[in-house]
Ligand binder design. Structure first.
Ligand SMILES: C[S@@+](CC[C@H](N)C(=O)[O-])C[C@H]1O[C@@H](n2cnc3c(N)ncnc32)[C@H](O)[C@@H]1O
Length: 225
């Protein structure tokens, strides 16, 4: 198939029933209609919801969804044309436990009610090295506080990154609660986790493939909110 442009992908997203594109005004205080209703109205079950924040093409999200049919998965990204790839693939595969959401992560509380989410993946987030006030880096404590306000008690956060900055800052902020900590996912972590988790960690998104090819180390942290 010929490569599709951004515009065409935006149009095609409009035909996919599991792509949601709230038009919340940045200044406004209104909430999204589905806030508090994702289980009942979207997934029609009460299975826990895992969210990937900054999901890009959404291929890792699909990998999660194929493995864990008893959970629901939502991929969030600012850029709808990026996740069109995953959304179309999920549709073609008939994956009923997947949805995509075009949203700045900053607005997460206006789209999810307290307790609605159970697990948070942040994969290869932009490190934002000049974000000295921590207001743009989506792995910062300011963002974690937002996630906490949408989370079930003890909701788990997974951070997988090539960025030493993201790793260092998150580790510093959550050091008392860390459940897992690795500075070399493919070199050592994969050798000490169970088979299921090993093969999940070995799945590489297009970004990760690039960083691994360049010889960068991949970091991983897990902690409860
Ligand atoms: C480096 S890419 C990683 C994509 C994907 N996680 C992967 O591993 O292939 C970062 C993604 O985060 C998205 N992003 C960055 N800041 C965001 C924000 N504030 N809200 C939503 N998405 C954001 C970008 O649009 C981009 O797709």
């Amino acid at each position: 198939m010929a490569r599709l442009g951004k515009r065409r992908k935006w149009e095609l997203n409009g035909d996919l029933p599991r792509v949601f594109e709230p038009t919340l005004k940045v200044e406004g205080q209104e909430n999204y209609d589905l806030r508090g209703h994702w289980h009942g109205r979207v997934f029609e079950n009460n299975q826990p919801i895992t969210i990937e924040l900054g999901c890009g093409k959404g291929l890792f999200l699909l990998e999660l969804a194929r493995r864990y049919s008893k959970r629901n998965f939502i991929g969030v990204d600012l850029k709808g044309h990026r996740f069109w790839t995953g959304a179309q693939q999920a549709h073609d595969e008939g994956l009923a436990n997947v949805a995509f959401l075009r949203l700045p992560v900053e607005m997460i509380e206006r789209v999810f009610a307290p307790g609605e989410l159970s697990e948070f993946w942040l994969t290869f987030s932009d490190p934002q090295p000049k974000d000295f006030r921590d207001t743009k880096r989506i792995t910062s404590p300011i963002f974690m506080a937002r996630y906490l306000r949408t989370s079930r008690e003890g909701g788990l956060v997974h951070i997988k990154t090539d960025s030493a900055l993201i790793y260092r800052r998150a580790k510093q902020a959550w050091q008392d609660k860390l459940l897992e900590d690795s500075t070399d996912v493919h070199g050592e972590l994969v050798n000490r986790v169970d088979e299921n988790f090993r093969t999940l960690l070995e799945f590489q998104s297009p970004y990760e493939k690039r960083w691994v090819r360049e010889g960068r180390k991949i970091y991983y942290l897990r902690f409860p909110l």
